[in-house]
Design a protein around this ligand. Structure first.
Ligand code: ATP
Ligand code: MG
Length: 902
């Protein structure tokens, strides 16, 4: 991500730089013009240059004057050579002294343009100047044309050291030579300037009175000569011709004024110099030698010329104004262009950043999406893990439940083996009949254990996938008939309509006899267990093209939805009596049917009956032969459980002091315990807690022995019920449990059980515990009967009961007709229940208890109150004071008065 950000910023920056660079300012050139000297003609040259420059804003021109100082000009050249200039324009002051310096600068790569004059060297870029020879020649030709008939000429020359002077002279002489009528009377070289004119012109005019023409190399020299001739009074016949034609003020004006008759235009070349410079700088083709043309100006054309010049000047002003405007516009344009560039650069950056942001957003959305997907995957995994852990937990719980069931299932028959064995060992006299029945009990339970172990082993084999089918071809009709036949005796006993209905006489079919026998036996014996006397059990067979269906229908107690859903679960026994089975039968049956490739299903409704449907695919004999076929006829031997509800009320001749209610759903254990206990106690034995509770209420027994694992209300629930009802709360409860886990003991104590005994238990231990409980109770009773009632000694519930009971007595104490019935009614108990409760707690009957209470109260009243004996007697509900006195004396051997004073 970091690298993408820096990449984007870099792109934006590069774009900015590129756009900024695309705006290039036009290249500016630096040109220096070294002017030799100063005069009006040169001023014209300078201003022509400037005018031309107006069209080239890219060129900066510096004009430097050396004021006719040659050395100075050399110095100027040298200093320029060191600076950065693009081009040099020069009018050399003198030819020779400057040649070297100019050559040097030219060779250093700076183009050099000569204007007007040049040096002797050939090393220069271009020359611009008037052709002085042509000038001289034109002047000669013009004069010849004006003076065809002949004329005498005075030539006033410049100093003949400069090239223009010699050239002009040469040209002039060549033209005059071609005109035979003309002659030069004298050529005057102005070595000393005007001095020579002043001195020599009057002389020449005197010496050559025929002179009619004066040709001067410059207008200035001509005008000066004019003035001298004028002074001499000889001007009238003279024709003056000059060179230069400086506009407006000089030359041209002199023509206009009639001083000069004609002047030859000597072009400065300023404009041409700049034009050539531009070509050189821009690498365009240019001419090295540029000769400027001349023109003759006379009174005929001077006005036109002047007005043209005037116009040019005005146009120049206009052009400059326009240029100024253009410059300003250019400035505005360039600043706006700059702004535009800047804005477009910014815009580009914005666009790039925008694109980058969009990219980032896309990235973010993409990563968000990935994150979301990952989250979803994690959530799914979490759910999966939760599911798996739930399954694992359930599996562990199932396993734990399995172990606790297994231990319970084992401990019950084990108790019924160990306890009777101990009993046998301890027995001194050997009553044969009793010994036989005890041994039978042991045998039966050992068998039961064996069956349990068998079933478990089968389960294990099934679990490990090692269970194999051993099919053999058999007649299914005969097979089922045989099994149903085994139940006929039982059906007769229970008056049950047991039928086997088959449309076939014989049905040959390949199946595992041992396994199908177990399945059918279990389902039919279930039907017997859960069908009351007088019901019906019908077994039938049907055959389709590819399967056989066996239906076992009963009209028994049926199953609710929950029971139906769990019927095939291991150890599931629904809400049925626990002693009726282990809950393994159907689980195994289902596995066996599945092994046959078949299905088993239940159709059942509560209180309407149940139908089990077993469908088995018909397997061809050929196929069967391929399978392992060992046709061992197997017949399971089963003992039948007797499902008559058990309620044994001990009606033996002996009535013992203490009554025990025994609640145990295992019939064998119940019978065994009953047998043992009935020798010392009155025993009422039941198989379930609901019935047990009814018996408890009607007997208010001295001890309750109850199994923990009961179907319906279990041992803990019963204990809680007993302990929270004030009619029964005093009765000690012993819980019998096969569950040895400590938390069950805690649960038992919380419910208020007084003791618990773990299965398999020792018969003697149970008897000991019973004895201790009885003794404790007796000790408590004795204390109550001898001492003043001290409710603190009792358990909380009992104390509350007695306090309530006493409060009730106190409320009714004045009532001389107060009876046990009335009190028990007010307490919501039966007379017997009240009697047994008070007797259990205090070893007194209710009437004695009331009397005792009245006595205690009388004692207190006699000591504390001011009341007389009669008053106290009525207050305590005695019908007469004398009855009270007799009662008091009987109990204390003192009369109330003696007690009061004693
Ligand atoms: P086991 O067969 O191991 O001795 P069981 O008979 O209690 O013990 P299953 O044969 O597995 O166990 O039956 C499971 C439970 O399904 C029974 O305890 C009972 O609650 C219910 N059940 C089975 N058959 C019937 C039936 N015909 N009518 C009503 N309830 C039934
Ligand atoms: Mg069963």
């Amino acid at each position: 991500m970091k690298s993408t950000v820096s990449k984007a910023l870099f792109i934006a920056f590069a774009a900015f730089v590129a756009i900024s660079c695309s705006y290039q300012q036009e290249h500016q050139y630096r040109i220096v013009f070294l002017q030799c000297c100063h005069d009006e003609w040169r001023d014209v040259m300078n201003s022509e240059m400037k005018r031309e420059l107006a069209f080239h804003p890219e060129i900066n021109l510096e004009i430097v004057d050396s004021y006719s100082d040659t050395e100075k000009q050399v110095e100027q050249i040298r200093s320029l050579a060191k600076q950065k200039i693009d081009l040099l324009i020069i009018t050399p002051n003198e030819a020779k002294p400057l040649t070297a310096a100019i050559e040097e600068i030219y060779k250093s790569g700076i183009p050099v343009i000569f204007v007007d004059r040049k040096t002797d060297s050939e090393h220069y870029s271009a020359y611009i100047g008037a052709d002085n020879y042509e000038l001289g020649k034109t002047a000669g030709k013009f004069i010849a044309s004006q003076f065809r008939s002949g004329g005498s000429i005075i030539e006033i020359q410049l100093e003949m050291t400069s090239s223009p002077a010699t050239e002009r002279n040469r040209g002039f002489h060549d033209a005059i030579a071609a005109a035979p009528n003309l002659k030069i009377v004298e050529a005057l070289e102005t070595k000393n300037g005007l001095e020579d004119i002043n001195t020599h012109i009057p002389r020449i005019l005197n010496e050559h009175p025929e002179t009619n023409i004066v040709f001067a190399h410059t207008d200035f020299l001509g005008v000066t000569a004019y003035k001298v001739a004028q002074k001499e009074g000889k001007v009238k016949n003279l024709f003056f011709v000059g060179i230069d034609a400086i506009p407006v003020t000089k030359g041209m004006q002199d023509v206009k004024n009639g001083v000069l008759n004609a002047t030859l235009l000597y072009p400065t070349g300023g404009a041409e110099a700049i034009q050539t410079a531009v070509k050189i700088l821009k690498k365009q083709p240019f001419k090295k030698e540029n000769k400027l043309l001349t023109n003759v100006i006379t009174s005929d054309n001077v006005d036109i010329m002047l007005s043209q010049i005037q116009k040019i000047k005005e146009q120049q002003v206009e052009i400059e104004r326009e240029i100024l405007k253009i410059t300003q516009l250019n400035k505005t344009y360039s600043s706006q262009r700059n702004r535009l560039y800047f804005i477009s650069a910014l815009l580009t950056i914005v666009v790039i950043l925008g694109a980058f942001l969009y990219f980032l957003l896309q990235e973010k959305q993409h990563s968000n999406k990935i994150l979301e997907e990952q989250n979803l995957a994690i959530l799914e995994q979490k759910n999966e893990i939760e599911k798996v852990s739930l399954l694992a937990r359930k599996a562990t719980e199932d396993k734990m439940r399995f172990y606790s069931y297994i231990s319970h299932e084992f401990k019950t028959p084990l108790s019924l083996i160990l306890t009777p064995t101990e009993d046998l060992l301890q027995r001194k006299n050997t009553d044969l009949k009793e010994t036989h029945s005890t041994l039978q009990l042991i045998y039966k339970n050992a068998n039961r254990l064996l069956r349990l172990v068998d079933q478990l082993l089968e389960m294990r084999k099934l679990d490990a996938g090692k269970m194999e089918l051993e099919r053999s071809q058999n007649d299914l009709v005969a097979f089922i008939k045989d099994i149903v036949g085994d139940f006929s005796v039982k059906a007769k006993q229970k008056h049950i309509d047991l039928q086997f209905i088959s449309p076939f006489k014989e049905l040959s079919f390949a199946f595992d006899t041992e396994k199908l026998d177990k399945v059918l036996f279990n389902i039919i014996s279930n039907a017997f267990k859960f069908t009351p006397d007088g019901g019906l059990i019908h077994v039938s067979i049907l055959k389709n093209t590819d399967k056989i269906e066996i239906n076992i229908a009963d009209n028994g107690i049926g199953m609710n939805a929950e029971e139906k859903a769990h019927a095939f679960d291991l150890f599931y026994r629904g809400n049925k009596n626990i002693s009726l089975g282990t809950g393994l039968g159907l689980a195994l049956s289902q596995e066996f049917v599945t092994l046959h490739g078949g299905e088993i299903s239940i159709n059942s409704e509560k209180n309407k009956g149940t139908t089990f449907k077993i469908s088995l695919p018909i397997i061809e004999t050929k196929q069967v032969l391929e399978e392992k076929s060992t046709a061992i006829s197997y017949k399971t031997t089963y003992e039948f459980d007797d499902s008559e509800p058990l309620l044994i009320k001990n009606n033996s001749k002996h009535t013992f002091e203490n009554t025990i209610i025994l609640i145990e759903d295992n019939r064998d254990l119940n019978l065994f315990l009953n047998q043992k206990l009935e020798k010392q106690y009155n025993v009422v034995a039941t198989e379930n807690a609901e019935q047990g509770w009814q018996e408890i209420l009607s007997y208010i027994p001295d001890i309750i022995i109850c199994d923990v694992m009961l179907s319906g209300m279990d041992g803990f629930a019963l204990t809680q019920k007993v302990k929270s009802d004030f009619r029964t709360s005093h009765i000690p409860v012993i819980l019998l449990t096969a569950k040895s886990q400590i938390e069950n003991q805690i649960e038992g104590t919380k419910a208020g059980a007084d003791d618990y005994i773990l299965k398999p238990f020792n018969q003697q231990l149970l008897e000991e515990k019973l004895k201790v409980l009885v003794e404790n109770r007796d000790r408590m009773r004795r204390r109550f009967s001898n001492e003043v009632i001290n409710p603190n000694q009792l358990q909380k519930g009992e104390r509350r009961f007695l306090l309530e009971f006493e409060a009730l007595i106190d409320k009714n104490i004045k009532d001389s007709t107060l009876s046990v019935e009335k009190l028990s009614q007010e307490l919501g108990m039966s007379r017997v229940q009240l009697f047994r409760k008070i007797s259990a707690l205090t070893n007194k009957n209710v009437a004695d208890y009331i009397a005792e209470y009245k006595l205690q109260k009388a004692k207190i009243l006699l000591k504390e109150e001011e009341k007389n004996i009669a008053e106290i007697a009525y207050e305590l509900g005695f019908s007469t004071p004398s009855y009270f006195t007799t009662f008091f004396k009987q109990k204390t051997n003192q009369t109330p008065t003696e007690w009061r004073n004693g």
